[in-house]
Design a protein around this ligand. Structure first.
Ligand code: PLP
Length: 435
């Protein structure tokens, strides 16, 4: 029996599903992928086998594994006494830098996970507008909490119903919260206008992923974000870009910089802590000033802005400000996608890898790039599982998210052009085998 199987047998006895996070169970393997350690662009399993890491901690490990700047920051935090539940000069420095880098950020607060960030930002949107409803887009994901884990990624056979009766995505979320969610498809302005018209003066915020990495890597149609900017402003609705995934993947300022559309508020996270848990939410001062102690909206917590998060956050920003950083990510992006395009064209297979910056998706079985969640009905999940499983055998770790919609993958600043060439060689071999 493999070491991984032995670990899983132990884990199942003491943790539900044998995992600490439900999506860490990998369907293609029938167990989680156990990682003993990571270094640079590689991870190693408990048998000492090396894999090129194309998951990169769901996007958090943009600096790769064991980056010296992050290690140094963690040591410094320990040496300073792991100060917790207190203000220091370091949070101010991080806030100042982010407010300079992220176009919409005039003020910012910190928390640990992306889910927490969207929860707190939604609360301020409601406090500011005095409205309760949230307008969200199909296929977009904003975390697992009660306020938003409704109507985002319904099973395809529930999609039609989702428009009038948003699908509750987990047992345990009260039915009554469904009434606070209204949904529309991505890249469909008429649908947005219709929903706003029929919920006049009730919608606090329109929340979306500017690039829908969580469902196929769908990009906004040209002019779409600009139109959302205008419609929301005209209707007193706060425009909220959830950039937990898109932040820092292509530029310092996130998708709002890439597409030149500035929302009222945003959330950023995943890679912000250099692999250490750190997220942030921020935006216009008038909205952020809703938070206590001088406003009326609560956001507080013992571990908020812990030094073990803030110092790695500063180390991360220090790295991405270096001129080589986004130039190297762009080199990898060009090399990878030029290669993948050639392979799929030569093989004539219905496979595409929609991408924006250093993250991409694997979409199989469609004739053209998806524009909205419903297009993914034809996504061929069983071929995708097979692609991930065979890639793992060759020494590449892609994460299979186990849902109906395609998963996302990506690389780090420590990945090399040689890593990308290996990825291309293996992708060609696997696609030839499975088609
Ligand atoms: C766009 C977006 N928002 C929110 C979240 C939730 O973040 P976390 O997993 O850190 O709670 C994610 C995580 O994948 C995300 O991609």
């Amino acid at each position: 029996m493999s070491i991984a199987q032995k670990l899983y047998d132990r884990a199942k006895k003491v943790m539900p599903g044998g995992v600490c996070s439900s999506t860490r169970y990998i369907n293609a393997l029938g167990r989680p992928f156990y990682i003993a350690r990571g270094a640079g662009s590689k991870v190693y399993d408990y048998d000492g086998r090396e894999y090129i890491d194309m998951n990169c901690s769901h996007g958090a490990a943009l600096l790769g594994h064991g980056h010296p700047a992050v290690t140094e920051a963690l040591v410094k935090a320990a040496e300073l006494g792991c100060i917790c539940s207190a203000e220091t000069e370091h949070q101010i420095e991080l806030a100042e830098k982010l407010c300079r880098m992220i176009p919409c950020m005039e003020k910012v607060r910190f928390c640990t996970s992306g889910s927490e960030a969207t929860m707190h930002m939604i609360r301020a949107c409601r406090g500011f507008t005095g409205r309760d409803k949230i307008l969200r887009l199909e296929g977009h994901f904003h975390g697992y909490h009660e306020m938003i884990y409704i109507g985002g990624q319904p099973p395809m056979d529930k999609l039609r119903e989702n428009r009038s009766r948003p699908y509750i995505e987990s047992a345990g979320i009260p039915e009554i919260l469904r009434d606070l969610i209204v949904t529309a498809p991505f890249n469909d302005l008429d649908a947005i206008k219709e929903v706003i018209d029929s919920n006049r003066n009730q919608i606090a915020t329109l929340i979306l992923e500017p690039v829908n990495y969580n469902s196929g890597g769908i990009k906004p149609d040209p002019g779409y974000l600009e139109a959302l900017r205008k419609i929301t402003a005209d209707n007193g609705i706060i425009l909220f870009f959830d950039e937990i995934q898109s932040s820092f993947k292509k530029s310092v300022g996130g998708a709002q910089q890439d597409f030149g559309v500035v929302p009222d508020v945003c959330t950023i996270g995943k890679s912000l802590g250099g692999g250490v848990p750190l997220s942030a939410f921020g935006g216009k001062s008038e909205i952020m000033d809703m938070y206590k102690p001088f406003g009326t909206v609560q956001h507080s917590g013992t571990f908020n802005a812990h030094l073990t998060q803030i110092l790695p956050g500063l180390a991360f920003l220090g790295e991405i400000e270096k001129p080589y950083f986004f130039a190297h990510l762009a080199t990898l992006e060009n090399r990878l996608h030029k290669g993948l395009d050639r392979i799929t064209r030569d093989l004539g297979v219905p496979v595409m890898f929609p991408h924006h910056g250093s993250r991409f998706n694997l979409v199989m079985g469609l004739g053209e790039e998806p524009r909205r969640y419903s297009d993914l009905e034809k996504h061929d999940q069983s071929h995708a599982f097979e692609f991930y499983r065979r890639s793992a055998e060759l020494g590449v770790y892609y994460h299979d998210y186990g849902k109906g919609s395609p998963g996302h993958s990506g690389y780090s600043i420590q990945h090399t052009e040689a890593d990308i060439d290996k990825i291309l060689e293996f992708a060609e071999k696997v696609l030839k085998e499975i088609y």
